[in-house]
Design a protein around this ligand. Structure first.
Ligand code: ADP
Ligand code: MG
Length: 474
């Protein structure tokens, strides 16, 4: 690789850092290396699978855009996990991540095969809004005990007219993952924009940050603020992801300015305002000063209703698709609270039905959705499994974890593995120490405390641990 390439890479990193902020940059990009540039393809490597999948799903487009800003001829980014051994070997890795060319530069990061936005959504995107999913409307939102209030409040907001007194501001909806927050927020956006009464802008917190940071860079922060102020309803999804001091300060100004001007603000987050630790007190109390509504887990009845409405919707494209009620009841009973799993379960039945031509039976359902079924009791996790999974994800060997090596790339995974052993199994500290190459229980305790202390501040690590836990408990 030439020096020019390395210089280019340094500039790209500078751009990335400026766009995402120091915190995000050091969490996700500090360990990204340039491996090669060939014929418009840039190959980048990261040390772990976590980083790869995170960057892939959250920052793919942005990385490409930064490259293109430096070198217009770059058409694609390949992201690979570098292995310690193969480091400088001339193995051409399989293209694992391809951004650009083929898909018109758009990277579909929702992973659930949702259609790309259609119709009015393009206008909404031109405004700088985040993409909308045409299916997430009030018509398709099923109301049950856990979400009645949230739905009613959202509908009220959506029906608001220009110049109306604003009843609750902001409307703040919080709920766990897959419980319908995004669905409600997008429903508000569709409805509001369809009536044309008030301009509704839907932004993920990320998009808010990105819009703001890039506006600052191009010296148009004022224009960005002005544009925001032209909005009748500002909808911000996943507020918990808002990071960085300056972004938060800007969010605070925007919030105050909008509310004071009588504009409606709607927010969703996975936690109540009081738990948004990184926001300052004034913002939190402003957020809590409107209407705060929690949506609970989808109950069995609600799950059944959602499934029924989904089957109906699917039948408009696949008229022969039929799911007997006992099968729906079974799925509603067995599958977890998460709306995404319900959708996943039905999609599998549909796929099976389409591909094999067999009609849907209880037996088929039991077989197809086995892994989405809520475990009756938490699965017992074995220490060997923890070691195996951790070693694989961090790209070290299991014997490294058990060895006495103290290099950083082994120490952290080892601590993580010990921490998981302590939190996911009932083994005692001395027993865990013994299973990790005969270490003392105080070493294990130190590791557990260390990781506990770090996860509060290091979002990359917290995410890694979540992913590991999920893998181990699956
Ligand atoms: P969140 O944003 O809270 O993580 P989403 O809004 O993305 O959750 O919902 C996950 C999936 O579950 C979506 O496909 C959504 O349409 C569906 N879903 C959740 N709640 C409902 C509901 N009450 N009625 C219909 N579909 C729902
Ligand atoms: Mg969501």
């Amino acid at each position: 690789m030439s020096n020019a390439d390395q210089d280019g890479w340094a500039r790209v990193k500078g751009r990335l850092r400026a766009e995402v902020g120091d915190d995000v940059y050091s969490s996700w990009f500090a360990r990204m290396d340039l491996e090669a540039i060939e014929e418009g393809t840039v190959r980048l490597s990261v040390p772990t699978r976590f980083l790869k999948s995170w960057i892939q799903s959250h920052y793919a487009e942005r990385v490409l855009a930064c490259w293109q800003a430096e070198q217009a001829q770059v058409g694609r980014i390949e992201l690979i996990v570098r292995s310690a051994v193969l480091r400088s070997a001339i193995v051409k890795p399989k293209a694992e991540l391809e951004i650009g060319a083929g898909d018109g530069g758009r990277f579909n990061n929702n992973g659930n095969g949702r259609p790309q936005p259609v119709g009015d959504a393009t206008g909404h995107e031109a405004l700088g809004g985040s993409p909308l999913d045409a299916r997430l409307t009030f018509e398709t939102f099923v109301v049950g005990r856990s979400n009645t209030l949230a739905q009613a409040a959202a509908k009220q907001v959506a029906a608001g007219k220009r110049g109306d007194a604003v009843m609750f501001n902001p409307l703040y909806i919080h709920a766990g993952v897959g419980l319908g927050k995004t669905h409600l927020l997008q429903a508000v956006t569709w409805t509001g924009n369809a009536t044309g009464e008030r301009k509704v802008l839907y932004l993920t917190a990320e998009k808010f940050m990105y819009g703001f940071v890039s506006a600052l860079r191009t010296q148009t922060a004022l224009a960005f603020k002005e544009a925001l102020r032209g909005i009748g309803v500002l909808v911000i999804d996943d507020l918990q992801f808002l990071q960085g001091k300056s972004t938060q300060a800007e969010f605070c100004h925007t919030l105050n300015a909008l509310i004071d001007a009588g504009r409606q603000v709607v927010i969703a987050s996975d936690r109540p305002p009081s738990d948004l630790e990184s926001l300052d007190d004034r913002v939190r109390s402003r957020l809590a000063g409107g209407l705060v509504v929690e949506m609970g887990p989808l109950g069995e009845e609600l799950r059944l209703e959602i499934l029924k409405s989904r089957v109906l919707a699917a039948r408009s494209h696949h008229p022969s698709f039929d799911v007997p009620l006992p099968v729906l009841s079974y799925i509603a009973k067995a599958v977890t609270h998460n709306g995404r799993d319900l959708e996943g379960a039905l999609n599998r039945l549909l796929a099976h039905n389409k591909l094999t031509g067999q009609s849907v039976t209880l037996e088929m359902a039991e077989r197809e959705v086995r892994d989405l079924i809520r475990p009756q009791e938490p699965k017992r996790v074995k220490i060997e499994d923890i070691q195996r999974v951790v070693a694989r994800q961090y790209n070290v060997s299991r014997s490294d974890l058990l060895s006495s090596r103290r290099t950083a790339n082994v120490v952290r995974p080892r601590q993580v593995a010990m921490y998981l052993a302590k939190t996911l199994t009932l083994r005692s500290l001395p027993e865990i120490g013994r299973r990790f190459g005969g270490r003392d229980h105080t070493t294990v305790l130190h590791a557990v405390r260390k990781i506990e202390g770090l996860v509060g501040n290091d979002m990359a690590l917290a995410e890694e641990i979540e992913i590991l836990k999920r893998q181990l408990q699956e």
